[in-house]
Design a protein around this ligand. Structure first.
Ligand SMILES: Nc1ncnc2c1ncn2[C@@H]1O[C@H](COP(=O)(O)OP(=O)(O)OP(=O)(O)O)[C@@H](O)[C@H]1O
Length: 245
């Protein structure tokens, strides 16, 4: 599904290039959920942008869905390949001047699908993520959890084979996070979508991922199976009062 060998990425800065990623080698199998962890500045976003075809590597070999991507791969080829993937951004990125339904349908509109087809599919997905009755609402009226569900529906509308998620729960409380993670697990189980998930919370990674990789200063410090937990706990308000809750 995804393979990297000795991949590197640098950015030009005053005073010389900064290596954001060096010698990154790993593979992701179809249907796998891979977590990416690491401190701020370790290179997580850069890796996610490479894998999701928003950027090209400077060095090494990157293969996504059977296509090799190098420094010279054209933008049109990247865009074609990216249509088989979906991205859930940190902060949801819903357009405020479109209804929830039109936000979800937007990727199909950009691909030239007719209005009836894209609205029908968007409605089905809104029902699937539990947001059917908010179809005609404006994004500003949604809670954080609802906005995240809408963003997930939008990412799924092109039937992606890979779903990239950048800190999908960083803005949500524990109970809302649990609901979102359960939805993501349903998506994996029902649709067999491969997922790459950047997260800070270890609880999230243990609940969601088959394997994780830990970045340190742009290199893989560790990669392997996570110590899985069957339940997502997170912190609970009851703990503030010393109750069992
Ligand atoms: N567009 C850019 N131009 C210059 N330097 C960049 C650019 N993007 C990232 N970097 C640098 O690359 C390194 C890795 O950044 P990256 O954003 O990938 O880290 P991160 O692990 O996602 O951090 P965070 O958790 O804070 O989002 C940092 O030193 C960062 O300053």
């Amino acid at each position: 599904m995804i393979a990297l060998e000795e991949v590197g990425k640098s950015f030009a800065r005053r005073g010389g290039d900064v290596a954001a990623l060096s010698q990154i080698t790993f593979q992701v199998a179809p249907g796998e959920v891979l977590g990416i962890a690491g401190r701020s500045g370790a290179g997580k976003s850069t890796l996610l942008r490479l894998l999701s075809l928003q950027m090209r590597p400077d060095r090494g070999r990157l293969c996504v869905l059977g296509t090799r991507i190098g420094p010279d791969t054209g933008s049109a080829a990247l865009r074609r390949l990216a249509r088989q993937t979906g991205f859930v951004f940190q902060g949801f990125s819903l357009l405020r001047n479109l209804t929830v339904l039109d936000n979800v349908a937007l990727p199909l509109k950009l691909r030239g699908a007719d209005r009836a087809t894209r609205r029908e599919k968007a409605r089905q997905l809104l029902d699937f993520v539990g947001l059917g009755r908010h179809a005609l609402a404006w994004p500003a009226t949604l809670s954080g959890g609802e906005a995240q569900r809408a963003a997930i529906a939008r990412a799924l509308i092109g039937d992606p084979r890979i779903l990239y998620l950048d800190e999908p729960s960083s803005a949500l409380d524990a109970a809302t996070t649990r609901g979102i993670l359960e939805l993501l697990r349903d998506i994996r189980d029902q649709r067999g979508v491969t997922m790459i998930l950047v997260a800070h919370q270890v609880d999230v990674l243990r609940y969601m991922c088959d394997r994780a990789l830990q970045l340190e200063a742009g290199r893989i410090a560790r990669i392997g199976p996570v110590a899985r937990s069957a339940e997502f706990r997170g912190d609970r308000l009851a703990e503030m009062w010393g109750d069992d809750g």
